[in-house]
Design a protein around this ligand. Structure first.
Ligand code: NAD
Length: 408
């Protein structure tokens, strides 16, 4: 197993993909290939790279530092047959709804020992990978990480990316197939993301599905804010986190506790399965942003004193008279419900854990986005096929959730 030279495929063309491609291209031993299937991104990216050096714009305490120009050029293509053959690592750095398209595109070109990692994986990543790769999953090592390694945004497409924040650590888990990985997964992935965050691999891959901060925070806080809304536009987008009431903070913690109950039940019924990656939402923040929390007394004080979240506001749409209404098409509902909370509720249903707070949020959220995932509290609605709930993949018991038993 050698890690000196790594061939990396970065899937996607957004902020995360720009950041990873640029950072990895600074490592002289990494050959970077960007695969983007979306619209004309590959052509536009390639044209920009011909004209300019690619730059990473790091920000520290709100100030932009000197640009870091990547040490070498990299390839951008929309053809999986150009990107995938011979590679060591395929990193999916994309919104969850796009994973399926990329997994199907790379599948014909997979070779023994390749690593496929979702950064972030998002809930249900491993269910989707198993369902698409089928027998081919045995060739590969699958990795799922709890988030994107950076807070980042495309500055100029194909030219530069703002790296606004670096996390201290980022946890993930691996499912190793029958073919051993060609490169050491942790060392290789660490080099691909750079020095920070420090990657930590722990436990069963289901732990990454259950440690789902976006699903725990975004739909519940959106629900709590707008469930009693009178429909009248507001003067400005409300603050998202730092003025949450004590009752609302308690509600979010209760959602987090429901997920911990799922983890506990699975660990009890399948001794040896390590789901310790699934932490409470309070412990999660204390781990990823230890120096940014002003008051760690409890989750309420934590949210009210969390520096990077201070000014984050609810996603809103402007009305003709310059007021605001909630944007129900934002990712906080459109992504974090079908590829987030729905997955967790679906697992709770199979495992036999009651999750009344999740049910309350989902019953409201599905109406808001015009979908039907749940009928009478059961995961069998007509829009199940557009989610990553285990029920969509025919999963009906814990062994199948864990990938120990095939779904027939
Ligand atoms: P992004 O919004 O920048 O990604 C957009 C890219 O996704 C597009 O450039 C395109 O390549 C692809 N895409 C968009 N719509 C598509 C479609 N219909 N079909 C196929 N591809 C499509 O996202 P990002 O900032 O790179 O983030 C990636 C993931 O990481 C997301 O799930 C995001 O929620 C999560 N995340 C991002 C940050 C951050 O700071 N950017 C932080 C934490 C988590």
């Amino acid at each position: 197993m050698s890690n000196n030279n790594i061939k990396l495929v970065v899937c996607g063309g957004g902020g995360g993909s720009h950041a990873m491609a640029g950072i990895a291209a600074c490592d002289p031993g990494i050959e970077v290939r960007v695969l983007t299937l979306f619209e004309d991104e590959a052509e536009r990216f390639t044209n920009e790279l011909k004209k300019h050096d690619f730059s990473l714009l790091y920000h520290h305490q709100g100030k932009e530092e000197e640009p870091v120009t990547t040490c070498k050029k990299f390839m951008v293509t929309k053809k999986p047959e150009e990107a995938v053959p011979g590679c060591d690592v395929i990193a999916l750095v994309l919104p969850a709804f796009a994973h399926q398209m990329y997994l199907k595109a790379v599948m014909p070109f997979l070779e023994p020992g390749m690593i496929i990692a979702g950064l972030p994986g998002q809930p249900g990543f491993e269910f989707e990978v198993r369902a698409i790769l089928k027998e081919k999953i045995k060739l590969c090592t699958i990795g799922s990480f709890e988030s994107l390694p950076w807070v980042c945004r495309v500055k100029e497409f194909g030219k530069s990316v703002d790296i606004l924040g670096l996390k201290e650590t980022m946890h993930g888990a691996l499912q190793v197939g029958e073919s051993p990985p060609k490169v050491d997964p942790l060392l290789a992935l660490q080099r691909c993301v750079g020095k920070s965050p420090k990657l930590v691999i722990e436990g069963h891959i289901l732990g990454s599905t259950l440690m789902a901060p976006n699903a725990i925070l975004h739909p519940p806080i959106t629900y709590l804010k707008w469930k009693d809304w009178d429909g009248k536009p507001v003067d400005e987008p409300p603050i998202f986190y730092s003025n949450l009431s004590k009752e609302s903070a308690e509600f979010v913690e209760e959602v987090s506790r429901e997920i911990l109950k799922i983890a506990k039940k699975i660990e009890e019924e399948h001794p040896g399965v390590d789901l310790s990656a699934a932490q409470s939402i309070y412990d999660y923040y204390c781990r990823i942003l230890p120096d940014e929390i002003g008051d760690k007394t409890n989750f309420y004080t934590l949210l009210h004193s969390l520096e990077p979240h201070k000014n984050l506001r609810h996603p809103m749409k402007k009305t003709d008279d310059e007021k605001y209404i909630p944007d129900v098409k934002s990712r906080y509902l459109m992504e974090d419900v079908p590829d987030g909370l729905v997955v967790l509720y679906g697992i709770a249903e199979i495992v036999g854990v009651k999750a009344p707070k999740m049910l309350e949020v989902l019953s409201w959220a599905q109406n808001m986005i015009g979908k039907e995932y749940l009928v009478d509290g059961k995961m069998c609605g007509r829009d199940l096929a557009s989610t990553r709930a285990p029920q969509r993949f025919g999963i009906s018991n814990i062994a199948q959730i864990l990938g120990e038993e095939l779904v027939m």
